[in-house]
Design a protein around this ligand. Structure first.
Ligand code: SF4
Length: 365
């Protein structure tokens, strides 16, 4: 019998990279529970399941976009991968090696293969350090490299991100937001990582600079073969930057699939609403689109809704939705979706939502 208190927690991988090769990164049932403490004795009075049974793979050189509203758990997921915060459950394998088993030197060594670019290029760079020291820090920390050799390597990295040797002795305050993010990317590339977790890397930047940084990341992927987990709340940006997209809601992945498929033919009502909220530069397409207003804020993860966590905001909700958590089911396009519409409802059976409503979304631009 189904436990009606279940929540939306797909336990199987939503999708795997298409070529069948062993993934670079394999994440299974990842969990992070934060205790809420109160009072003088700091007693635990509740728990927040910030990340609740998240599973996905990333192939070598692949860009996986992780998208969702603020509070969906996407940034926590990124930090868990690098063990900047400790998971409370699940598995994280990089090239078959379980990262949760590593400590000390072994963990430090594997962190060279996984780097992070943070959201705010204004606070993530030391304002008192010149670019040579910021970008060269990994060479100093890991190899104790002499200054001259370090500077030569830093210049090469700066050139890879569109800066040059003339920027070597400058300080962060002398750069624009986009240039600072380029410096952060150069630092992340220093140790030739296999995977970069880019946590909202463009959301603090203006629109024109956003596309420059997205193009830079795409270009680096092409040239260096580095894989990316691209975390953002704007699905249109994630779509342009990614091979596949995973959509997160309240700690769980609700849909994953090829980036163009998810963006142009979403199968989950939440993906559809996120796409509807994203602006489209073509005014003709923009006028013809149906807007789906996401009512209110996401519910508190302290007290998540029963059944499908999205049901209080879902325009398609049925009786079953508040009682039983939907299991992930394959989409016809090769992804996965967790929604009763595909199984026990009108039985879309993996077909896009548009086939249910007669609504067509826009084609990928
Ligand atoms: Fe969740 Fe039901 Fe809406 Fe699907 S139709 S997203 S299961 S509330």
């Amino acid at each position: 019998m189904t436990d009606v208190s279940d929540t939306t927690t797909p336990s199987e991988p939503p999708a795997t990279p298409a070529d069948g090769a062993a993934p670079l990164l394999r994440v299974r049932d990842l969990e992070k529970v934060f205790p809420i403490k109160k009072g003088l004795l700091r007693r635990t009075v509740a728990h927040v399941r910030a990340v609740d049974g998240v599973s996905f793979d990333i192939a070598r050189g692949e860009v996986l976009g992780l998208v969702g509203e603020s509070g969906s758990g996407k940034s926590t997921t990124g930090r868990l991968l690098l063990r900047l915060i400790e998971p409370t459950g699940g598995s994280i394998e990089l090239e078959g090696k379980e990262l949760r088993d590593l400590e000390g030197e072994e963990l430090r060594a594997v962190r060279c293969d996984m780097q992070m670019v943070f959201q705010d290029p204004y606070s993530s760079l030391d304002p008192l350090a010149p670019v040579a020291d910021i970008v060269g820090e990994p060479f100093q920390v890991h190899f104790n490299m002499p200054r001259k050799e370090r500077d030569e390597k830093v210049v090469k990295l700066l050139e890879q991100v569109g800066l040059s040797a003339q920027h070597l002795r400058r300080f962060p305050a002398e750069f624009s937001g986009g240039q600072r993010q380029r410096i952060a990317v150069a630092r992340a590339l220093a140790l030739e990582p296999k995977l970069i977790v880019a946590d909202e890397p463009v959301s603090a930047l203006d629109m024109s600079t956003q596309s420059q940084v997205v193009n830079l990341l795409s270009d680096l992927r092409e040239r260096l073969g580095v894989a990316l987990l691209f975390i953002a709340h704007d699905l249109s940006i994630v779509h342009h930057a990614s091979d596949r997209i995973a959509v997160m809601y309240l700690g769980g992945i609700v849909e994953v699939g090829d980036a163009d498929d998810v963006y142009s033919h979403p199968c989950h009502p939440y993906s559809e609403a996120l796409i509807s909220a994203a602006p489209v530069p073509d005014p003709v397409v923009e006028r013809s689109r149906r807007r789906i207003v996401l009512e209110g804020d996401p519910p508190s993860p302290l007290d998540p809704p029963s059944g499908c966590r999205y049901h209080p905001r879902c325009a398609y909700a049925m009786d079953i939705c508040s009682q039983v958590a939907p299991e992930p089911t394959p989409t016809l396009a090769g992804g996965e979706v967790a929604c009763h519409l595909h199984t026990s409802g009108p039985a879309l059976a993996g077909r896009p939502l548009a086939e249910l409503s007669g609504v067509t979304t826009h084609e990928p631009g």
